[in-house]
Design a protein around this ligand. Structure first.
Ligand SMILES: Cc1cc2nc3c(=O)[nH]c(=O)nc-3n(C[C@H](O)[C@H](O)[C@H](O)COP(=O)(O)O)c2cc1C
Length: 353
């Protein structure tokens, strides 16, 4: 197998994402409540993204019903790809190997191009049922979940695992990575933090490098990649060629174009707000969320909040929008903000976080 370290996209990933590319492979991270099908469609349509992953789909005491799989991953109706043709890995989170495996089999029957297994979610309600990051402390079970899922999926359908460095001790990642590999994972995505660290201290990329050296399967590095400089630094520190980006895609909506070299710079605020307005219109139009704009308003606030992380000068917009209770009022704030003179708005490029 060609390795991620050689700069080539490894075979199994290459089958998923298509022809070999000289630039690093870039995937959109799964983000519950944020990276739904509309976002995946919009962001993948911009270019520069090689694959994406659904938000986690929870497997409880029975296999996930088909209608839930189709609701969470509507791309299944279109060959498991977004409109732009970007493949979508379907992520499952559960602690019962049989139920996870059978859910995976159903997803593949419906058209999933690959299954990703969540071993990183830090939510208490999930960990309380031995799911997500709780499995980082139960390596036999983690291995069995991967193995069983693999057995339920036809050959050629990748089964990947997304892990953190451990529950509390980052060095545990070495054994965790091995357990996932032993179970037959096609590749690993490693978020460079422990469960206890949640999302705060800087991701520890050096542990990702050490874990990658312990396994033969490809490793995707994840955590705190927001700019092309971060990408280069992560590449240097991990010696890897495969990366996953989460929050950065919301702070800078053209993050994938920027990091893949399609764009020379991050979008300015107007460009980002243009995309967010399209997003809001699509959320509203989505029958599943026809609720008088409540969901769209929440998502609008969330995305503007994320933009502020890269462009602090627009925080006055967030503070006004945050107080609105109706979508229409929030859209009016947006309009008013956008009609201000550019000199007043200081509409330069976002700053690196
Ligand atoms: C709001 C939120 C929701 C997330 N949901 C998921 C999820 O459903 N599945 C998963 O594997 N990781 C999830 N993550 C973790 C991200 O995929 C990613 O590993 C993490 O944000 C670090 O990458 P980043 O620094 O590029 O954001 C979530 C993270 C955030 C902030």
């Amino acid at each position: 197998m060609t390795t991620a370290k050689s700069g080539r996209v490894p075979d199994e990933l290459e089958r998923l994402v298509g022809a070999h590319r000289s630039r690093p492979l870039l995937a959109l991270a799964p983000m519950e409540g944020i990276s739904d099908a509309i976002v995946r469609d919009l962001l993948s349509g911009l270019g520069g993204m090689d694959f994406c992953v659904t938000e986690f789909i929870r497997v409880t005491d029975r296999p996930v019903p088909k209608k839930v799989l189709l609701r969470e991953c509507p791309e299944l109706k279109f060959g498991g790809r977004t409109t732009a043709g970007v493949p979508v890995m379907l992520q499952l989170l559960g602690s019962d190997p049989e139920n996870v495996g059978q859910s995976a089999a159903r997803a593949v029957e419906l058209g999933a191009v690959g299954i990703d297994l969540n071993f990183g979610c830090p939510a208490r309600r999930v960990n309380g049922h031995h799911g997500g990051a709780a499995l980082l402390t139960q390596l036999d079970r983690l291995r069995t979940i991967v193995e069983t899922t693999r057995a339920y999926c036809p050959a050629g359908v990748p089964v990947s695992a997304k892990i953190r460095l451990g529950w509390e001790n980052p060095e545990d990642v070495l054994d965790i990575a091995r357990a996932a590999e032993d179970g037959g994972a096609s590749w690993l995505t490693i978020h460079g933090r422990t469960k206890v660290q949640m999302y705060k201290p800087r991701a520890q990329w050096s542990w990702i490098r050490q874990a990658a050296a312990r396994v033969k399967i490809p490793v995707i590095a994840n955590g705190d990649i927001f700019t092309p400089d971060d990408l280069s630094a992560c590449q240097k520190e991990t010696q890897l060629h495969l990366f996953m980006i989460g929050r950065g895609a919301f702070r800078t909506p053209n993050a994938f174009r920027w990091m893949s070299g399609l764009d020379a710079r991050p979008w300015n605020v107007h460009q980002s707000l243009d995309l967010i307005e399209i997003f809001v219109a699509r959320v509203q139009a989505d029958e599943a969320t026809s609720d008088g704009g409540r969901v769209a308003l929440g998502r609008l606030k969330g995305w503007i909040r994320a933009l502020c992380d890269a462009s602090p000068h627009i925080s006055p917009l967030f503070h006004t929008v945050k107080r609105t209770v109706h979508l229409q009022a929030a859209l009016e704030c947006l309009k008013a903000f956008r009609s201000m003179p550019e000199s007043f708005l200081n509409l330069g490029q976002p700053t690196a976080p």
